[in-house]
Design a protein around this ligand. Structure first.
Ligand SMILES: [Cu+2]
Length: 77
């Protein structure tokens, strides 16, 4: 769930990471051990150019519900 040409990023457990977003669009973020429990985030940088592709991604368990809520919230802003 990142725009075309954007760099994927990955942090280690319990370590802060700093990411500079270079390409506009939406970025899905998941906590690997708690993904199925819905521990996910959505970053919207500039225009959400890849939102339809991002919405088409399938997610396990509660992650789907949380992403649906995050997309609805992003669209309401
Ligand atoms: Cu987690």
């Amino acid at each position: 769930m990142i725009p075309d040409g954007a760099e994927p990023f990955k942090g280690k457990i319990n370590q802060e990471i700093t990411v500079t977003i270079e390409k506009e669009g939406v970025y899905g973020v998941k906590c690997t051990p708690h993904y199925g429990m819905g521990m996910v985030a959505l970053i919207v940088a500039g225009e959400p150019v890849n939102v339809e592709e991002a919405k088409a991604v399938k997610h396990p368990g509660k992650a789907k519900k949380v992403f649906d809520e995050l997309f609805a919230q992003a669209e309401a802003e």
